[in-house]
Design a protein around this ligand. Structure first.
Ligand code: MSP
Length: 641
């Protein structure tokens, strides 16, 4: 029997470009959708953009354009990003589409007609960025916990949805259905909110103040409050296409903890009032922090997914996101962690299994897939380690333990590498009498790779297809193929290609970080006393070759925003130096400046550009920089001793 899977991401506000947090939820749902498709389920995956409301109108104004032109452009930017990240959404909804607006108005009218919307006056503390009122209790030090901003007091005559009336009902739903909101911690948070009155929800804004919204069907002077409008996207996309009977009974929402209240309190009560059945699950994940800090434009630590996709490849990036966050908990993003994960799991474990298997197959069997001989206990153990995985992986995916699902597959890959080391095909190859045994071992490795490629396909669709092409498998695969061991065709040819996951040069990456991000670390670590390095001798110092140079050009680095590519004239020599001083000096300030160059530093590639030396600068505890120079003029190339 085919199961049905309907999953949604939040529809993202179009007042900012997509960042790693938006990408995470969307990739997560994409991965879940792909696993379900692989299992043969009937899948629908919905995402989209949230385009009405005060802050969008303000962003358009700031951009000097009309709201419609602005939302068209940013919504397209989200779609373009999702295309680059391999997102296979089935539906993309925009709240400015007429199909959505019509359904919002229908629902509003229905709820109004049954007496669940009333007119009244309300005053309270409002955060424009969240587009909602906060109770005193929800604030942290008087500020909105999401934005660290003081909310403003607002009082308005609005229409109110009688949300409080549905509080006992919602409480009961949560108490009788422990999986409605998962993981449990978030369910408990919502239950705690429901212990006290939740009040009624203001669902309109006066049109004269906020014209950018859906007009209330019975009062043209008011537009619909953005959350009442936005939440209905999950339903309107289906209903507008006659897909509600097929998918609505299976709906699961995926969100992060920031929007738990609108989804855990507003949305279920809205559904109840509108006579629409409740969702199956509200799945709530944690936040990606960046180097342990909250990501924000003002801190300047916003991580752009396309930069990482470009630097490390989409598949490796997707793998990292899923492997390194435990659903429900916060995780901290650090580029070095991403690189280490790629090296350990993808380049070392998986890449190595592929390379050594194809290498040996080429050497001993001309690259042709051999037949299995009789299986030993070790061969069977390898087989069972893989063929038992599809069910186990699907169980973890359904339970939202994506990290565990990937860890399980990687454990099997590690077991396959150990199997190679234990069986020693290179020894078997020396003895003609062991020919059938060698065939069996090599074939086992190929089958292990085939199974791994299927199990990892939803996370790394591009690379896993490449892997299969290298072992001679073409065409579509299904999850069940990974439950069977003898699926390759004996006698078919393998096609070794480029390594799937090139190793990331960690030293070079660390060097760019030291150059580019050093100032930040230094300012944080600044202690009142000077921290000295171990003592050196005059001989140690004599190893340094320091020379006077003149910067003759400063150009943008092709792969890194924070780096300059400098041309430095050192006597008769012209050097290229990649330097992380971009935040401190403009090109105009640099060209013509005399600098001190470490001239005998081993050249190193920094984000793809060869750097031949380093220029010296002084830095204070606040991260202010000043280039080291000379107090009177001496020719380029002079040595500094
Ligand atoms: N438009 C509303 C949602 C309406 S849904 C009916 C909204 N938009 S948003 O652009 O602010 O997106 C919030 C969502 O983006 C989070 O719930 C989460 O899915 C994702 N993330 C934003 N920042 C994030 C992190 N730092 N970490 C993980 N995900 C985060 O709220």
């Amino acid at each position: 029997m085919t199961a049905t899977f309907y999953a949604t991401t939040p529809i993202f506000y179009v007042n900012a470009e997509p960042h790693i947090g938006h990408a995470y939820t969307t990739i997560l749902v994409d991965v879940a959708a792909r696993y379900h498709r692989l299992a043969g389920d009937d899948v629908r995956f919905l995402t989209g953009t949230d385009e009405h409301g005060e802050k969008i109108a303000k962003a358009a104004e700031a951009a000097g354009t009309t709201p419609q032109a602005y939302v068209d452009q940013v919504s397209q930017q989200f779609r373009d990003t999702w295309d680059r990240l391999g997102i296979t959404y089935d539906g993309f909804i925009r709240t400015t589409e007429s199909r959505h607006q019509k359904i919002v108005q229908d629902v509003l009218q229905r709820v109004y007609d049954q007496g669940d919307i009333i007119y009244g006056e309300y005053g309270g503390l409002y955060c424009v960025k969240c587009e909602r009122y906060y109770t005193e209790k929800e604030l942290e030090d008087g500020k909105c916990p999401q934005h660290d901003l003081e909310p403003e007091y607002r009082s308005e005559a609005n229409y109110f949805f009688r949300m409080e009336k549905y509080r006992p009902w919602l409480k009961e739903q949560l108490e009788t259905n422990p999986n409605l909101i998962r993981p449990e911690g978030y369910r408990n948070e919502v239950l705690a909110m429901l212990r006290e009155p939740i009040g009624d929800l203001s669902i309109s804004r006066p049109k004269e103040r906020v014209p950018w919204g859906i007009p209330l069907p019975w009062d043209e002077d008011h537009v619909t409050y953005v959350w009442f409008d936005a939440l209905l996207n999950y339903w309107s996309d289906l209903e507008s296409q006659g897909l509600d009977d097929r998918y609505w009974p299976h709906v699961q929402h995926f969100i992060a903890k920031d929007i738990l209240k609108p989804h855990g309190v507003f949305w279920p009560t809205m559904l109840k009032a509108a006579g629409i059945p409740l969702f199956q699950h509200l799945n709530v994940h944690g936040y990606w922090l960046v180097e342990d800090r909250k990501m924000s434009k003002s801190v300047g630590n916003v991580v752009r997914p396309l930069e990482l996709e470009q630097r490390y490849g989409n598949d490796a990036f997707r793998y990292f996101l899923l492997r390194d966050m435990s659903f429900g908990l916060d995780a901290s993003f650090h580029e070095l962690g991403l690189a280490e994960r790629i090296n350990a799991d993808l380049a070392n474990d998986l890449g190595n299994l592929l390379n050594r298997t194809l290498g040996m197959l080429g050497k001993y069997r001309s690259g042709v897939v051999p037949s299995f001989g009789p299986l030993t206990a070790e061969d069977e153990a390898l087989r069972d380690a893989f063929t038992s995985l599809p069910n186990a992986v699907m169980r973890e995916v359904e339970g939202l333990h994506f990290d565990r699902a990937l860890a399980m597959v990687m454990e099997a890959v590690a077991a396959a590498n150990k199997y190679v080391s234990d069986q020693k095909p290179w020894e078997l190859a020396k003895d003609e009498a062991q020919s059938e045994r060698l065939d069996t071992v090599l074939r086992g490795c190929l089958e292990a790779l085939r199974c791994a490629s299927i199990l990892l396909d939803p996370v790394m669709p591009g690379k896993m297809q490449e892997l299969r092409a290298q072992i001679g498998v073409s065409g579509d695969v299904i999850l069940d193929d990974a439950s069977h061991w003898e699926r390759l065709e004996a006698g078919s040819a393998t096609e070794p290609g480029e390594p799937l996951f090139p190793r990331v040069d960690l030293e070079a990456l660390k060097a760019t970080m030291d150059v580019a991000g050093g100032s930040e670390e230094a300012s944080e670590a600044a202690a009142p006393a000077l921290e000295h390095k171990p003592e050196i001798t005059i001989d140690d110092f004599a190893k340094l070759e320091l020379r006077v140079g003149t910067i003759t050009a400063a150009e943008d680095h092709p792969n890194a925003d924070r780096l300059w590519v400098l041309t430095v004239q050192v006597g008769p020599e012209t050097r290229t130096v990649v330097s992380g001083i971009k935040a401190h000096y403009t090109a105009e300030q640099l060209v013509g400046t005399t600098v001190i160059l470490v001239a005998n530093l081993a050249p190193v590639k920094l984000r793809g550009v060869l750097s031949q030396g380093m220029i010296l600068a002084a830095e204070d505890a606040e991260g202010n920089l000043s280039l080291a120079g000379l107090d009177r003029s001496l020719p380029d190339g002079s040595e500094v001793r």
